[in-house]
Design a protein around this ligand. Structure first.
Ligand code: PLP
Length: 404
């Protein structure tokens, strides 16, 4: 039986039959034997599968992968081959895509707050679409007004997302028209609107509300005789299954498609997915380095933790599906801790696992987004190395059929 490593790794453990679990365990052990622990296994087929699923759910929307959750060269190269565009926010991200040969016209730069040197760096690469959300930022573009096409980022607060990105950035919808008028007076070209309702949105209502509000601003701007706005960028926020399942992506996007259809005909549509593409693409492997009984519970100390790949527990407010690679034995509540001397370095306080031994492996799934990207080397514990699998195109990664 020829099984695709990636498919096995990324199938939820409880849906694997025993045979598949054993094959998966052997393959993971082999990778750790070669590459060491802690290890992150980056599967390019998962990147392809996620990109295709989102593109199928949002036809006509140009997907720009936001590098922030997983700024890895193999993710960029894989997506480039899929025809994706890229959403950049920093000079480092500009340099990464430039070094990989991404066409500048396939990029946008969406950090709403930039230094003059950041603007020059993006323009030097050839990325001309940038974002502003206030007057001070708009004035920074006066010297470059012949080169830039700006998007105005509008804020739509969302309390239903884990990470509310409209608190820190974006103008109030009621201030949009006056900012657009100021841009017109300064001779700076604004081609459209953008927003980000927040990451890991649990339902699409904020996207829908924001799209409708953007349509309203576009119509009002036209009535005032302002230069026409022909682009709407709906940002990121597309959710993935962690411990709790979320809506399938096609279901999540159905109301978004309907809202997009109400925008003026010919509007250019963009999105900036990060998590949706990156999260399922990495599986974390850590090793038990020690164990102790404390107050009637087993504590297991791993070689990766909250200061490392599991940093998303703090920064991203995310808990990951975690299991042992030892499938035998009765499960009891235990604690999984990281390797550092800090007491905050606890991954799970109450997880059901069979009794573990030093050297046993612990698997974290859905660990591609906001994990290694925010890891530190506190206490001199080195970050997990990343091993890449399925770099070359694989027919087996066909998109799981979506409901019509
Ligand atoms: C972080 C970020 C994204 C990606 O958001 P996800 O929720 O991970 O899809 C997209 N655009 C901007 C401007 C961001 O800051």
């Amino acid at each position: 039986m020829q099984l695709n490593l990636l498919e096995v790794i990324h199938t939820p453990a409880d849906s694997l039959d025993h045979q598949d679990s054993l094959i998966e365990a052997e393959r993971i052990k082999r990778l750790v034997a070669i590459h060491g622990s802690p290890l992150l296994i980056l599967d390019c087929n998962a990147v392809r599968r996620q990109y295709r699923a989102l593109q199928q759910a949002l036809p006509g929307v140009q997907l720009h992968y936001a590098l922030k959750p997983l700024p890895h060269a193999d993710v960029v190269t894989t997506l480039m081959e899929e025809g994706a565009c890229f959403d950049l926010a920093t000079n480092g991200e500009v340099d990464l895509v430039a070094s990989l040969g991404v066409a500048p016209t396939n990029t946008i730069h969406t950090h709403p707050i930039k230094r003059d040197s950041d603007i020059r760096h993006a323009l030097g690469f050839g990325c001309n679409t940038l974002v502003f959300d206030n007057q001070d930022e708009l004035l920074k573009f006066v010297p470059y007004r012949d080169q830039v096409k700006l998007l105005l980022r509008v804020s739509f607060r969302s309390l239903a997302t884990k990470v509310d990105l409209s608190k820190k950035f974006g103008c109030r919808p009621e201030d949009a028209l006056s900012l657009l008028a100021q841009a017109a007076e300064l001779g700076i070209c604004v081609t459209g609107l953008s927003f980000h309702v927040g990451s890991q949105a649990l339902d699409p209502s904020k996207h829908v509300e924001a799209i409708r509000a953007c349509g309203e601003i576009i119509r009002q701007a036209a009535e005032l005789g302002l230069p026409s706005l022909n682009t709407v960028d709906i940002g990121g926020g597309f959710p993935v299954d962690y411990v709790e399942p979320v809506l399938p992506i096609d279901t999540f996007c159905a109301p978004i498609r309907a809202a997009l259809a109400t925008l003026p005909a010919g509007t250019r549509l963009l999105a900036e997915p990060g998590r949706f593409i990156a999260a399922p693409a990495m599986t974390a492997v850590a090793t038990v380095m020690g164990k102790a009984q404390r107050e009637g519970k087993w504590w297991y100390y791993l070689d990766d933790g909250v200061y490392g790949s599991y940093s998303g527990i703090l920064f991203d407010h995310t808990h990951y599906p975690i299991d042992s690679l030892n499938f035998f034995g009765e499960r009891q509540p235990c604690v999984l801790a990281g390797p550092t001397c800090d007491s905050i370095d606890v991954i799970e306080e109450n997880i059901l696992l069979p009794e573990l031994h030093n050297g046993d492996l612990i698997i974290g799934r859905m660990m591609g987004a906001y994990t290694s990207a925010t890891a530190t080397e506190f206490n001199f514990f080195r970050k997990a190395s990343i091993v890449v699998i399925n770099q070359t195109h694989n027919q087996d990664c066909a998109v799981v059929p979506l409901s019509a």
